[in-house]
Design a protein around this ligand. Structure first.
Ligand code: NAD
Length: 375
């Protein structure tokens, strides 16, 4: 039987006025899940479902608190009528996750009546989303359906990073052209590879790295102006732009002193080890395009998919491939205003982005709000 209890998380370091944090359990199917709802001022909380074998229950709570807060900021600056939420299922995705577990998780989501909408994340798959959808409609990341936009978010994420990077070029070089600009891309996965394709087309010079040799060989065959570099020394390359597109934390105390790029703009989440690194980048005049701003293309696409599936339109225009593209292109102008304000206020870009997001979801909360779930 599915049980639900509210967790008292006020003592956790990562607690940040979260609205609700709940623990759901159904022993019969091995479900133990936490759903953290950070803020719903702008609409239903939206965020992926992570399936991970946490060592301690507290680690799972901390992850849910941190990630749900991040989603509030990301959606606000992406101009989406969503708040921030996240679910974590405490299980090994390879050995403990079953269809019954995911269906019971769907039932847990359904009990929240749309306060939380789930999607894919580390450890969950598009197949899991289909299973979840049997128990709730508050799910996105479903198979492509006739007349519904979205689908695989990675190409949209790459597109958004491209726009964000272009805004950065304007700040750093005064011109937003990629012609001859030297970009180091670390990680040629779903997002990084598509980003390389766009950069190559725009005339950039590429230096790339990955731990996967196959993808590097493919890139060498496909792109004109490309050099390979070892993953451990990619950050040291003398270049114009560094684009972290692999794992988080690659800009840290160890790598920072050797970074020669003038701009950092990439897809990876949580690129900077901590706030101190953000301050140091600012002091060294290295422009950092905040990760959660430039990598929001995917959530915009997944959001449009959710609207399509549920016949909702929160915007004063039709939902078409063109309006979706236009929405993603606004990542460029949002990034530009953050970088401009950073220069004006002489303040790190990440802090400016956070402030702008808070202005949206705290001060003007409710403006973009739409009814969640079915219209
Ligand atoms: P992915 O798993 O498809 O690609 C990651 C790539 O990085 C792989 O090719 C992998 O081999 C490579 N890699 C791993 N460790 C490396 C290392 N030490 N050095 C060099 N390369 C390494 O992931 P993705 O979907 O392309 O996402 C990339 C990053 O962007 C992740 O941090 C993800 O959280 C973030 N992100 C992705 C999306 C999306 O739509 N996919 C949206 C927002 C943020």
């Amino acid at each position: 039987m599915l049980t639900q209890k509210t967790l008292d998380v006020s003592e956790y370091e990562d607690f940040s006025s979260h609205e609700r944090v709940l623990c759901f359990e159904d022993e019969s199917v091995g479900l133990k899940a936490i759903i953290a709802i950070h803020n719903t001022n702008l609409g239903s909380s939206f965020g992926g479902c992570r399936v991970y074998n946490y060592e301690r229950f507290d680690d799972a709570v901390t992850d849910a608190l941190r990630l749900s807060k991040g989603m509030t900021y990301k959606s606000a600056l992406a101009g989406l009528p969503f708040g921030g939420g996240k679910a974590v299922i405490l299980a090994d995705p390879r050995t403990q996750k079953t269809a019954d577990t995911m269906r019971a998780f769907g039932e847990a989501v359904e009990t929240l009546s749309g306060a939380y909408i789930t999607a894919e994340d580390v450890g969950s798959t598009d197949e899991d989303m289909i299973t979840i959808s049997k128990a709730t409609s508050y799910v996105s990341g479903l198979p492509k359906k006739e007349g519904v936009l979205g689908g695989n978010p990675s190409p949209y994420t790459a597109e958004g990073v491209f726009y964000g990077m272009r805004a950065g070029l304007k700040t750093v070089f005064g011109a937003d052209t990629f012609d001859g600009v030297h970009v180091v891309v670390k990680g040629l996965g779903s997002v990084g590879y598509d980003l390389c394709r766009a950069l190559d087309k725009a005339g950039a010079k590429l230096t790339v790295t990955d731990i996967n040799q196959v993808v590097l060989e493919k890139a060498q065959r496909e792109f004109k102006n490309i050099t390979l570099v070892d993953p451990t020394s990619a950050h040291e390359v003398a270049c114009d732009v560094l684009a972290p597109c692999a794992l988080g934390g690659s800009i840290n105390v160890r790598t920072l002193p050797d970074i020669k790029a003038k701009l950092i703009a990439g897809a990876a989440n949580n690129q900077l080890q901590n706030k101190l690194i953000e301050q140091k980048l600012h002091e060294r005049n290295i422009v950092y395009a905040p990760d959660y701003v430039v990598n929001a293309g995917g959530i915009i696409a997944v959001g449009y998919e959710y609207f399509g599936y549920n016949d909702i339109n929160p915007f004063p225009y039709s939902l078409t491939e063109n309006t979706l593209e236009a929405h993603i292109s606004r990542i460029g102008s949002t990034t530009q205003s953050i970088l401009d304000r950073s220069v004006e206020d002489n303040h790190p870009t990440g802090a400016i982005a956070d402030q702008m997001a808070e202005d949206l979801f705290l001060r003007y909360g409710g403006v973009l709000r739409v009814a969640s779930g079915k219209s």
